[in-house]
Design a protein around this ligand. Structure first.
Ligand SMILES: Nc1nc2c(ncn2[C@@H]2O[C@H](COP(=O)(O)OP(=O)(O)OP(=O)(O)O)[C@@H](O)[C@H]2O)c(=O)[nH]1
Length: 362
């Protein structure tokens, strides 16, 4: 899928850079343009892609400090500038535009839905989002921001692939220490998805096509991506179990949104040396994905890749009714109520100290 990426906010910019790097290192050439947008100048400086600073008149290049309403306002005010920077980068060959953002902060959380809406208004091709959900251990503000942003983002983007920051995080390191490795994991998995259907002309009819990715995401709403790989044998017959077990692992333990298996649609991409991919294995794996997701729309295809391993990528469309989504929305709601309660207590305390009776005591 020939893609143009726009990273919004700090996480959005870093993940976009990682994706560009991966696509370049692998020689896929699926990413045809990239831009990072932020209200914090310091977060844009280390990036190796083109950048646009927004909200300079409001926040003077210092970021919006987690205020996602302000994030939305600065993006709205400077949308013209961002769209102008994209002019010429989004050419007719692009098959999708993808907005990438961390949903827990301010600029990405508030700005990504505004930008997705604007892009959808102007461009014909689908506008997808990659939204990064805060991990369980992140504070209430992050959860509230993400809950609020997610609702708008899902409405404005044609589909939103969610990545939970707890999902691809190695144990033993803090979330922050782990950002670089999480970003690499995101880049490897989502980068492979973008590259599915690219550079594989004439390799056989079972090869996956970009239209399969687009059709899987057509139901809109929330999407998730699973990935797993294992060493493969030279003989495809020995790889029947390799294909079925990487598929199971991709969906059950390797997904970007843990516990999201019920889906409206799915796509199973098996990557590896074509002569090693067991057709029987793929058939069984696809049936299993149908049963597990409860979807009658399970597409599939191969991704020829020169590797000693076989990998499964499972893209799920329409997972918003999954246990994980319900759990997240509940967490965001509880955090919002807790924040409101604290604010009203603060107000009461303020009132108490403004009280004449107290003043007269001093
Ligand atoms: N995966 C990943 N998540 C990140 C990274 N940096 C920050 N986050 C997450 O993103 C959320 C914060 O969003 P940021 O992108 O830092 O914030 P911002 O959009 O720049 O907004 P402001 O800083 O408020 O202007 C938190 O939930 C973090 O856990 C990163 O490099 N990788």
């Amino acid at each position: 899928m020939k893609t143009v990426l726009i990273g919004v906010g700090q996480a959005g910019g870093k993940v976009t850079s990682s994706l560009v790097e991966f696509d370049h290192d692998m020689g896929f050439n699926a990413i045809r343009g990239a831009l990072a947008v932020n209200s914090a100048k310091a977060d844009l400086q280390p990036l190796s892609i083109d950048t646009v600073l927004v909200g300079q008149d409001r926040v003077k290049g210092h970021g919006v400090g987690g205020d996602n309403e302000l994030g939305a306002e600065v993006m709205q005010a400077d949308a013209g500038e961002v769209m102008a920077a994209l002019d010429g980068r989004i050419t007719a060959e692009a098959e999708a535009i993808v907005v990438v953002a961390g949903l827990g902060g301010g600029t990405g959380s508030g700005g990504a839905p505004v930008l997705a809406k604007e892009l959808n208004r102007v461009y014909e091709m689908p506008v997808y989002a990659i939204g990064i959900l805060p991990g369980r251990g992140e504070g209430a503000m992050y959860q509230v921001n993400a809950g609020r942003s997610l609702k708008t983002l899902v409405r404005e983007a044609d589909a939103t692939i969610l990545v939970d920051n707890d999902a691809w995080h190695s144990s033993g390191e803090s979330l922050e220490e782990g950002f670089d490795s999480i970003n690499d994991s995101i880049a490897r998995r989502i980068g492979l998805l973008f590259a599915s259907g690219e550079n594989v002309e004439g390799v056989g009819e079972s090869v996956v096509d970009t239209s399969e990715v687009i059709n899987t995401l057509r139901s809109g709403g929330v999407a998730a991506l699973g990935y797993a790989s294992a060493k493969a044998d030279d003989d495809p017959d020995t790889n029947i179990n390799v294909v079925t077990s990487v598929t199971r692992n991709a969906l059950l333990t390797g997904t970007s949104l843990p516990n999201a298996t019920k889906a409206d649609s799915a796509l199973l991409v098996v990557a590896g040396k074509p002569e090693r991919i067991s057709r029987k294995g793929v058939e069984r794996a696809r049936k299993w994905v149908e049963e597990e997701t409860g979807s009658m729309q399970v597409r599939g295809g191969d991704f020829p890749l020169d590797s000693e391993r076989l990998a499964a990528l499972v893209l799920l469309g329409g997972v918003e009714r999954s246990t994980r989504m319900e759990e997240f929305m509940r967490r965001a709601k509880e955090a919002r109520e807790e924040t409101k309660r604290q604010a009203s207590e603060r107000e009461d305390t303020d009132k108490l100290f403004q009280n004449d009776d107290l003043d007269s005591l001093i």
